[in-house]
Design a protein around this ligand. Structure first.
Ligand SMILES: [Zn+2]
Length: 261
């Protein structure tokens, strides 16, 4: 049964990765690594954000504002003052729906309006338009990949792997960063692969604390990755920073191509 389910999952993943793609090329801009925090609890900013900042790096925080001031298994969720501090510190705010719905659990129209509501709520609160989106639970359908992809600068899932030569802006690949320091060898293998392939590695996690939930990591694991990246010349950048660089380069090469025709 498990095998059948995982096989169905694989087929679904292959299908979703192949349809409605919006590709840009990384050209020679890599390698990069981005650290993302989804529906983030306070610890992601207070511990994780402070750590990144102490290394001169920044992260991308995908916010579901409907969770503000609540508490769940990830710990205390974001507060208003965290949002302000995140921006003041130079991190990026991305959007992650308003209510943190899975598209598998609610009608399509409700999901799509919740995506708009989440983005609008951040824009109203901060004056900043969060143009990069991540799918709650990584759940996505072909229809949503097309529709949400048209509205956002990028959409990120949770399908593992590197974003290499051709990057699909409608379904960026990302890898979980969960657990304690004993997971560092696995994370270093991914970092090393990104370096070798000059690709873009995206990590995502949730809480950052001593005893993290099964969706979070310890500060030691995060620090192990950040320090490895810096020691090995792997540039740490937010999703927005990477895409600004990549899209600028793509526009330039397009212009060069057009003028040479
Ligand atoms: Zn989430």
């Amino acid at each position: 049964m498990t095998t059948l389910r995982s096989r169905i999952g694989e087929v679904r993943q292959q299908f979703l990765c192949s349809v409605h793609s919006r590709s840009v090329t990384l050209e020679d801009q890599g390698p990069f690594v981005s650290f993302c925090f989804d529906d983030f609890p306070r610890s992601a900013y207070l511990a994780g954000g402070a750590l990144l900042k102490s290394y001169g790096a920044r992260g991308t925080y995908y916010a579901a504002l409907g969770l503000m001031n609540t508490r769940n298994e990830l710990g205390d969720q974001l507060r208003r003052e965290d949002i302000d501090s995140i921006l003041t510190d130079g991190h990026e705010l991305g959007c992650h729906t308003f209510s943190h719905f899975s598209c598998r659990r609610v009608p399509r129209s409700l999901y799509e309006s919740d995506v708009r509501k989440g983005r609008e709520a951040i824009r109203k609160m901060t004056g900043v338009d969060p143009v990069n989106f991540s799918y709650p639970y990584g759940h996505v359908t072909a229809h949503l990949k097309k529709m949400i992809g048209m509205q956002m600068n990028s959409c990120r899932g949770i399908y593992a792997g590197l974003n290499t030569l051709k990057i699909d802006l409608n379904l960026l690949r990302a890898n979980s960063l969960y657990g304690d320091i004993d997971r560092l060898p696995d994370a270093k293998a991914l970092l090393n692969e990104s370096l070798k392939q000059r690709g873009w590695l995206i990590f995502y996690t949730h809480d950052v604390r001593q005893n993290p939930s099964r969706f979070g990591c310890t500060l030691a694991l995060l620090e192990g990755c950040v320090s490895w990246a810096i020691e090995n010349g792997l540039r740490i950048a937010t999703v927005r920073e990477v895409l600004d660089t990549v899209q600028r380069t793509n526009m330039q090469s397009h212009a060069t191509f057009a003028s040479s025709r």
